[in-house]
Write a new protein. Sequence first.
Length: 124
Amino acid sequence: MKRELGIARCGLACCLCTENDSCSGCDSGQCPDKEWCVNRKCSMAKGIKHCYECSEPCKKGLLSKIKPYAFTEFVKRYGEDTLLDCLERNEKAGIVYHREGINGDYDDFDDVEDLIEFIKIGNR
């Protein structure tokens, strides 16, 4: 885990991403998705660094997917440091963020609350 990379604007965990060696992040100016990323554009337009800082309910862009939405909701409730602590503990326990491509153990959920609980306790 590269904790210093933290959480992306949209809620994805840059700190655990398998592409974090080649990706410079949302704010680097080198993001290959910067032209189309709805969450990046929206948060920048609002002058905030993360979607979790926004008070509006939103399912735009990547927030239409369970994992980034649940991570964003988790941070709104418990804070980014708590999310990072849980992700680090879970990684040490063998929970994998990216197992096949960009899918891993956090992608096996259909319910946001179930995923939030999984993040908190590290098992189902």
